[in-house]
Design a binder for this molecule. Structure first.
Ligand SMILES: C[S@@+](CC[C@H](N)C(=O)[O-])C[C@H]1O[C@@H](n2cnc3c(N)ncnc32)[C@H](O)[C@@H]1O
Length: 248
């Protein structure tokens, strides 16, 4: 009962960018609550493990949103990204989908006064994402939570919510192929997946090849900024144009 009230409180604040039925509680399983217990220490665990690396990587995405009017973030977490986003671009309308009520509470508390941000407490795997609504979809360290099978279902539905000229911005871990960066990333990712599987019963056991799914969706990477010996990257994806002169 208490949980339902909390969901409705968040859902009732949906301002119409996502249709009402999308903003309603439709969790197949309690995906978010497995992250609830991490909401409070999340930031400090991250800084202990990676310093400011992840934060910088998220913020590397921000200049690419300078012209956006409507942005959707999925798996927003404790709100450090969206708070900085609306601080830099106060006129922006942002929708955030997040499965953990505790993460949403933290994110809400971080927002500057007057920010137009609507939180949707829902499992992204179950959402009927609206079609062609957003100038940008943003996922920060979210795609790595899922298996490739789940991403093959989830990513096309998220991609459909991007306007034809829009973009999908991703801050994500990577696995370099050679040398010291490859060993460094392998070690970091092994520890990270071990921890998250224990702490949150994370679905993924290893970094999924989400870039392959981007390619299947005909998204091409136009910009890439890597950090920490290529352990993480901020990337910008747009629907690839088919050149009709070359295609015949
Ligand atoms: C690894 S954290 C990343 C959080 C944040 N984006 C960041 O950059 O640190 C993954 C986030 O996605 C949320 N999440 C996990 N599964 C989800 C799902 N199926 N639907 C919506 N959110 C989900 C978790 O609650 C958590 O806040």
């Amino acid at each position: 009962m208490e949980r339902t009230q909390q969901i409705e409180r968040v859902a009732s604040r949906a301002a119409g960018i996502l249709p009402a039925e999308v903003a309603s509680p439709i969790c197949r399983q309690d995906a978010g609550s497995t992250f609830d217990r991490l909401a409070r220490p999340y930031r400090w665990l991250e800084y202990a493990a990676f310093g400011r690396g992840l934060l910088r990587c998220r913020f590397d995405l921000l200049p690419w949103l300078a012209d956006a009017k409507r942005v959707l973030t999925v798996g927003e977490g404790d709100g450090r990204f969206v708070a900085e986003l609306v601080r830099r671009f106060p006129k922006l309308q942002v929708d955030c989908v997040e499965a953990s009520a505790a993460m949403i509470a933290r994110a809400e508390a971080r927002l500057p006064a007057g920010a137009t941000v609507t939180f949707h407490h829902a499992d992204a795997r179950e959402l009927d994402f609206p079609k062609a609504e957003f100038d940008a979809v943003v996922t920060c360290f979210f795609l790595d939570c899922f298996s490739e099978k789940t991403l093959a279902d989830l990513m096309p539905r998220m991609a459909a919510s991007v306007r034809p000229e829009g973009q999908w911005l991703v801050a994500e871990f990577g696995q370099p192929s050679r040398g010291w960066p490859a060993w460094h990333a392998r070690g970091c990712l092994a520890v990270m997946y071990f921890f998250f599987r224990l702490a949150t019963r994370l679905e993924a056991r290893r970094l999924p090849d989400w870039e392959l799914e981007m390619a299947r969706l005909n998204f091409a990477c136009s910009d890439r900024m890597t950090r920490r010996w290529d352990l993480m990257a901020a990337t910008r994806w747009k629907v690839a144009r088919i050149n009709s002169q070359n295609s015949g």
